[in-house]
Design a protein around this ligand. Structure first.
Ligand SMILES: [Zn+2]
Length: 129
């Protein structure tokens, strides 16, 4: 039986003396973040009020409807915040002014969607206030 000679140690892998690498992690493929996709820090800011503008009639916050959904609102970095609210099938704008004694809220009359969205746009553009 002339079998293959088994030589002890003959097929042993060469001892590795490599020093474990430190610090250098393989470069990960960085997720590319688009600036455009990132949410902006600020919300809508109302434009400076134009000289000729419509005066909105602000009434005291009546809180007459419980279910109010805020559709849009201006940035809350400002003292005055405007909210386009939806309640009972109608829209109105709520204006909240942060005052030292607490927030003071006023509301517009309630109008159908198209008309109030129009007023909201003019408010944002500085054409109504
Ligand atoms: Zn802001």
């Amino acid at each position: 039986m002339a079998g293959a000679a088994w030589r002890p140690g003959g097929t042993r892998p060469a001892p590795r003396t490599a020093v474990p690498s430190r610090g250098r992690t393989p470069a990960k493929s960085r997720a590319r973040r688009s600036v455009a996709i990132a949410p902006p820090y600020h919300g809508i800011h109302v434009a400076p009020l134009q000289r000729e503008h419509e005066r909105i009639k602000w009434m005291r916050d009546t809180r007459r409807s419980d279910r109010v959904r805020v559709r849009r609102h201006t940035c809350d970095c400002k003292e005055t915040i405007y909210e386009l609210c939806h309640a009972g099938g109608l829209l109105f704008i709520r204006r909240t002014v942060r005052e030292p004694g607490g927030p003071v809220a006023h509301e517009t009359e309630r109008l159908i969607t198209v008309r109030m969205e129009d007023l909201w746009m003019r408010l944002i553009l500085g054409q109504a206030r």
